[in-house]
Design a binder for this molecule. Sequence first.
Ligand code: PGA
Length: 253
Amino acid sequence: MRKQIAAANWKMNCTYQQGEELLDNILGAQIALADHQQVVFAVPFPYLIMANSEVADEKNYFIAAQNCYNKKSGAYTGEVSAEMLHSIGIKYCVLGHSERREYFQESNSTLAEKLDLCLEYGITPIFCCGEPLSIREAGTQNSFVEVQLRESLFHLSEAVISKIVIAYEPIWAIGTGKTATSDQAQEMHAHLRGVLAKQYGPVLANTVPILYGGSVKANNAADIFGRPDVDGGLVGGASLNASEFIAIIKALK
Ligand code: PGA
């Protein structure tokens, strides 16, 4: 079975102490994960080492960075490289979240460079894609998201495409309480898998986990995760509440 992943995206929330307590409360629930299930916490940079040591003894629990820079090293004050993340044992990195695309002008080609650097250092990118409301209303979301994949991912070889995770996050559903219906999620995820299959063949396309993100909560996770092409979720707001996120983890297939 494909990997099923519940990924928490804390964004710029929590103090160090609050973050530690949140992790303690979630890990304290001692949810045993099946071999194909994983939980990932994307935490702010200053908490990566603490969070990584919290999950060190837990099977299939991992820590992610929320971003990295698109250069290997050098005079880039304030930035964090994939090599630095690797050097502290980080295994995942969220790339291309819509907030980064919007507020930090991240382009598909910049993201392609970030993906390469993560893969070079053995870090699994969680590559975010998704359309704004205007595109959804115009009905052109499929081609919009296809371009995001083509321009950021399709330079990758067959050998590495199965090492990435995709998160489909319709921008109109992020932090708005407006979730895509499970039908809308399934439809887009099937489309994305089809796009991957055209490029890499159906066998490889079937290995890539595609997470849904956008107002996932305890009360809608099972419905969304239950769809055949949805392999879990990237969860913002609800991941900051231990009992909500515990319920979301339990909703994984
Ligand atoms: P949300 O955020 O769950 O608060 O909508 C999801 C995300 O932005 O990753």
